[in-house]
Design a protein around this ligand. Structure first.
Ligand code: GDP
Ligand code: IMO
Ligand code: MG
Length: 431
């Protein structure tokens, strides 16, 4: 029963969309299990270039069932928009199913997040502004509204009015902030329900059946381990569990069904939003990489912070997840560098440490210990075979494998599906 989890090993935007699209061609089911439309997964395949936020990146394989699982928080407005945009470009969304247990991101979540971020001032998290945090807060407080509740209009109406009144009690204390109009939300969401209704179902039986019949199931991670609510760089994290374990929980797949987990790592590091980033490049090398690699967010368009590959954090995330293998993406971005650094440790007040302190107040104190490796100074974007890589590029990959502690069986040498070096069997060991 091949159940493969694909999880970000850094701070997101590692290229999960590309890897999922690659694997999904032979998958029976692709599941988004957590997070929401804060994700932006880019896919470039023969159908064109797409950025997906909620729809699983398996949607391009008409034979695969795509599931949005209970662990996801769904903004139904953006989901419909995304589905319409896909349909308009000839990608059928009929294979999509949304769990009736998935919670909804409501309009007041977006307002609350905007106000809360501005009240945080300098301590702002730098969220994507999609209302993800407040939606998970309501879920944990057991006042969230599940998407299945759209199908019972009277009860939905009552629940929205209670939530709107609670949001308004807070908003009345904020200057110039208009109140939430519960009636308008009810009207808008019930209209959406008419269109989304056919896609909403109790997916648990379908997922369990797929596990039982040994279907090929792909779990599509969003965000990444360093943004995980428990294991990430708290409080500068997202509000969901982004690890392999989190994906199993969000999807409702028993841990013993997992056959393989793949960590996705960029050949260097990026981060969007606030929080520590010890290997960050604040100089012209960073500016060069950002421009050359076009490191601007797929969801918000914000400039991504850029740094050297951080081997300390990469090893940490590989161990938290138990990655069997890694996909190393964007190796081609380093093509023109004379030399490339990797971070192999930190110095904190003159003391060498080999892990990120768990106290976030100390993160800014971590100075990277860098190891310099030679660059290859030639284009690798057409290389399909590991043996054809320049020696320096192969050496760089091997050093990263050593630091992470897992083999790089997938290596990205360009954004297109075809620009990939494969070194292992995609689906891993069958049981
Ligand atoms: P995700 O959120 O993890 O799916 O990643 P994003 O889509 O936000 O950002 C990754 C970016 O890198 C996208 O623009 C991809 O098209 C691109 N990409 C993925 N793999 C490669 C690669 O191996 N080389 C290059 N040059 N670009 C890549
Ligand atoms: P994908 O799936 C990169 C970051 C935000 C912010 C923090 C909290 O495309 O890799 P949130 O809106 O989730 O409350 O923001 O998390 N963040 C991401 N960064 N890629 C993502 O998703 C992200 N999703 C959230 O920038 O720092
Ligand atoms: Mg992204």
């Amino acid at each position: 029963m091949p159940v493969v989890a694909v999880v970000g090993g850094q701070w997101g935007d590692e290229g999960k969309g590309k890897v999922i699209d690659l694997l999904a061609g032979t998958a029976d089911m692709v599941i988004r299990a957590h997070g929401g439309d804060n994700a932006g997964h880019t896919v470039i395949n023969p159908l064109g270039e797409f950025v997906l936020h909620l729809v699983p990146a398996g949607i391009f394989n008409p034979a695969a069932t795509c599931i949005i699982a209970p662990g996801v928080v769904v903004n139904p407005v953006s989901l419909l928009k995304e589905m319409d945009a896909l349909e308009a470009r000839g990608v059928a969304t009929t294979g999509l199913q949304v769990s009736d247990r998935a919670h909804m991101v409501m309009p007041y979540h977006l307002v609350l997040e905007r106000v809360q971020e501005s009240l945080r001032g300098k301590g702002a998290i730098g969220t994507t502004g999609r209302g993800i945090g407040p939606a998970y807060v309501d879920k944990a407080a057991r006042v969230g509204i599940q998407i299945g509740e759209l199908l019972d209009p009277d009860s939905f109406k009552r629940r929205v009015h209670v939530a709107a009144e609670s949001a308004n009690r807070f908003l009345r204390s904020v200057e110039h902030e208009p109140e939430i109009d519960g009636d308008q939300i009810v009207r808008e969401y019930l209209q959406i329900a008419e269109r989304l209704g056919p896609y909403v179902a109790d997916v648990s039986g379908r997922v369990a059946d797929a596990v039982d019949r040994n279907a090929r199931i792909l779990l599509e991670g969003a965000q990444a381990t360093l943004l995980d609510i428990d294991h990430g760089t708290y409080p500068y994290v997202t509000s969901s569990a982004c690890t392999v374990a989190g994906l199993l929980q969000g999807a409702g797949i028993p841990p013993r069904a997992l056959t393989r987990s793949i960590g996705i790592y960029k050949a260097y590091t990026t981060r969007v939003g606030s929080g520590a980033m010890p290997s960050e490049l604040r100089d012209e090398t960073g500016a060069y990489l950002r421009e050359h690699a076009h490191e601007f967010g797929a969801t918000t368009g914000r400039a991504r912070r850029v740094g050297w590959f951080d081997g300390v954090l990469a090893r940490y995330t590989a161990r938290v997840n138990g990655f069997d293998q890694i996909a190393l993406t964007r190796l081609d971005i380093l093509d023109e560098m004379d030399s490339i650094n990797v971070c192999v440790g930190y110095e904190v007040h003159g003391q060498r440490v080999d892990r990120l302190p768990s106290n976030h107040a100390m993160h800014d104190e971590c100075q990277p210990v860098l190891e310099e490796l030679p660059g290859w100074r030639e284009s690798i974007c057409d290389i399909a075979d590991f043996a054809e890589l320049p020696d320096e590029a192969a050496r760089y990959v091997r050093r990263i494998e050593q630091l992470v502690g897992a083999p790089a069986d997938i290596i990205g040498v360009g954004p297109a599906r075809t620009q990939t070096i494969h070194r292992g069997d995609l689906w891993g060991r069958p049981d």
